[in-house]
Write a protein that binds this ligand. Structure first.
Ligand code: BTN
Length: 253
C-alpha cells in the first residue's frame, strides 16, 4: 500500500509529515536516521540519536475515533518487535507506550492534521529504541530500554522500518474494515488491565486504583476502593504492583 520516504536528518518526522501532508500519499511512512528536535507527548523532547527508528505514518482515511490510530501504531510496533526479537515480550502501557518489563522501548505520538478547520488526517509518530546502547538508554531520564540492550544484538534498521510499514499498512486496513477486532487485539496487548496502578491526575494528587478495563475510545475504567468506577481519557498510569487479581483479568478482556 504505502511507501517509505527516508530522510537522513530532520527536525521531527511528525512535523515534516504534517507540513507535507497534502502531497504525501495515504499510508506513507516518513522515517529519519536522526531527529534534531524529536517531539514527545506532553511537550517533552524525544532524544533521537543515530541508531534508532523515528518514523511517522500518514493516515488520510476518515478513521473514526482518533484513538484508533494509536491502536494501529502500537499493534504494528509490537508485531515488528516480535518478528525482530522473538524472545522478547513487548506490552502496551496505556495510553500509548510500548514497554519491555518495566522499561520503555517505544513512544507513540499521534497528531491530527487540521485543514480548513477540520481534521483531514492523522500523523502517527513512532520512536523505537533499537540499537541504542544500554549506557545511552540509562541517560534518557526515565527507565528505558532498546532491542540491543535487551538481546545484545545489533539490528538492521532499514529492515525494521520496512517491517513496521508493512504492519502499519495491515493494521490500518484492518482497523478501517473491522474496528472492533482492532480494539480487541489492542486491548489484549495491554499490560495494565487487571492490575493495581498508581495514577497522577493533573492536580498532582497521586492515588492507587484497580484497572478494570479500557473502552473502545481508549478510556481507562478504574476502581478506587469504595467508589463507583471512574473513566479517564488522559493522565499517566504508573504500574505499581504487577500482580493480577485472580479472576479479574479474564473478565476485563
Ligand atoms: C512519547 O512521548 O512517548 C512519544 C514519543 C514519540 C516520538 C516519535 S519519534 C518519530 C516521531 N517524530 C517526533 O518528533 N516524535 C515522534
Amino acid at each position: 500500500m504505502g511507501t517509505t520516504l527516508h530522510l537522513s536528518t530532520v527536525d521531527s518526522t511528525n512535523r515534516y509529515a504534517s507540513e507535507h501532508f497534502d502531497t504525501l500519499g495515504d499510508g506513507t511512512l516518513v522515517s529519519a536516521s536522526v531527529q534534531t528536535a524529536g517531539r514527545g507527548r506532553l511537550d517533552r523532547n524525544w532524544h533521537s540519536p543515530l541508531g534508532n527508528v523515528y518514523a511517522s505514518y500518514v493516515m488520510k482515511e476518515p478513521f473514526g475515533d482518533a484513538f484508533r490510530a494509536t491502536m494501529v501504531s502500537s499493534l504494528s510496533v509490537i508485531a515488528a518487535v516480535r518478528d525482530a526479537a522473538p524472545g522478547l515480550s513487548p506490552a502496551i502501557k496505556w495510553p500509548n507506550d510500548i514497554f519491555i518489563g518495566a522499561k520503555k522501548l517505544c513512544g507513540i505520538l499521534c497528531e491530527g492534521v487540521v485543514r480548513g478547520g477540520t481534521v483531514s488526517g492523522i500523523i502517527c509518530g513512532i520512536g523505537v529504541n533499537v540499537n541504542m546502547s544500554a549506557e545511552e538508554t540509562a541517560s534518557v531520564g526515565q527507565p528505558a530500554t532498546s532491542l540491543r540492550a535487551e538481546t545484545g544484538k545489533v539490528y538492521d534498521l532499514e529492515a525494521f522500518v520496512e517491517k513496521l510499514r508493512m504492519y502499519l499498512d495491515w493494521y490500518y486496513a484492518a482497523g478501517t474494515s473491522s474496528p472492533e477486532s482492532l480494539y480487541r487485539q489492542w486491548k489484549a496487548e495491554n499490560s495494565v488491565i487487571g492490575h493495581r496502578a498508581s495514577f497522577v491526575p493533573p492536580d498532582g494528587h497521586a492515588f492507587f486504583a484497580f484497572v478494570r478495563d479500557i473502552e473502545p475510545d481508549g478510556r481507562l475504567v478504574v476502581e478506587r476502593e469504595g467508589r463507583q468506577p471512574e473513566r479517564f481519557t488522559c493522565g499517566d498510569v504508573k504500574l505499581c504492583i504487577s500482580q493480577p487479581e485472580p479472576g479479574n483479568r479474564k473478565e476485563a478482556r
